[in-house]
Design a protein around this ligand. Structure first.
Ligand code: ATP
Ligand code: MG
Length: 240
């Protein structure tokens, strides 16, 4: 099993889009693998992508908040999608308030890492909110690999350093299975991706181009065109 968490302190850089299409790319690349996408963002765009037709009651009942508050186990929250091998644990806007109330529970972060590793999945891809909060810490501490999308703005780099710090702090408390971090250039033209590449960060080779077609696919809950799915498949190959 490999747990991949997608995090950035900058909003709107393509975290949710990457979480969704990386999951689908892994599933295509390794057809026998089972993929779980977990939504740890109360803005729940990943939940909406996969479960837009499902009733609110089902989403509430299966939401990650039920695990965090100790009402249900993770296994009972696994929600099927239209893809046979892709499951989701959704989030609702209530997650934010739930998490604030739980911030004192230091053991939760350690338990979440352990409980995720007991699930029978090949890949777990976690989407996180763009803020230093319990949800981000839960996602990062649970990960084998943190992918941090970086767009073309100086504030993106500053945000990346904050995420790096969270990873470093988590690694200090982990005896084995240290968390790796990989910056990925997202929503950039080829030219801007080359400029970013001159920075000192060790970016993934693959970059995700700025594309109206990617934006409309994710906003409408659709799969990518063949041309666009290639980028996510290349990234999947790099990190699998
Ligand atoms: N490669 C891309 N090119 C152009 N637009 C994109 C691309 N990927 C995503 N978008 C659009 O940008 C917006 C933000 O993307 P997304 O929701 O994935 O970012 P995010 O980092 O998860 O945002 P937030 O911080 O709010 O959670 C979406 O409306 C999406 O349609
Ligand atoms: Mg998002």
């Amino acid at each position: 099993m490999k747990i991949i968490t997608v995090s950035s302190l900058k909003g709107g850089v393509g975290k949710t889009t990457l979480s969704i299409y990386l999951g689908q790319a892994l599933s295509k690349l390794l057809p026998k693998s089972k993929i779980l996408n977990i939504d740890l963002d109360h803005n729940n765009n990943l939940t909406d992508y996969y479960l837009r037709e499902e009733p609110v009651e089902l989403i509430e009942g299966n939401s990650i908040s039920k695990y965090l508050t100790g009402v249900k186990e993770l296994e009972s929250l696994l929600t099927p999608t239209i893809f046979e091998n892709i499951f989701v644990i959704p989030a609702t806007p209530k997650l934010s308030k739930t998490a604030v109330g739980l911030s004192w529970d230091a053991g939760l972060i350690t338990r979440f890492r352990k409980h995720l590793r007991n699930l029978k999945f090949d890949y777990i891809v976690i989407d996180t909110p763009p803020a230093l909060c319990l949800e981000l810490n839960l996602g990062i501490h649970a990960a084998d690999l943190v992918i941090s999308p970086i767009g073309f703005s100086r504030w993106n780099i500053q945000g990346y350093q904050e995420i790096e710090e969270v990873v470093t702090n988590s690694n200090e408390s982990l005896e084995t299975g240290k968390i790796k971090i990989l910056p990925v250039r997202t929503m950039v033209s080829e030219k801007k991706s080359e400029i970013l590449d001159k920075l000192e960060l060790k970016f993934a080779k693959t970059f995700i181009p700025k594309s109206e077609s990617i934006a409309s696919s994710v906003d409408q809950g659709k799969t990518l065109t063949e041309k666009n799915s290639i980028h996510f498949e290349q990234l999947a190959k790099e990190i699998k």
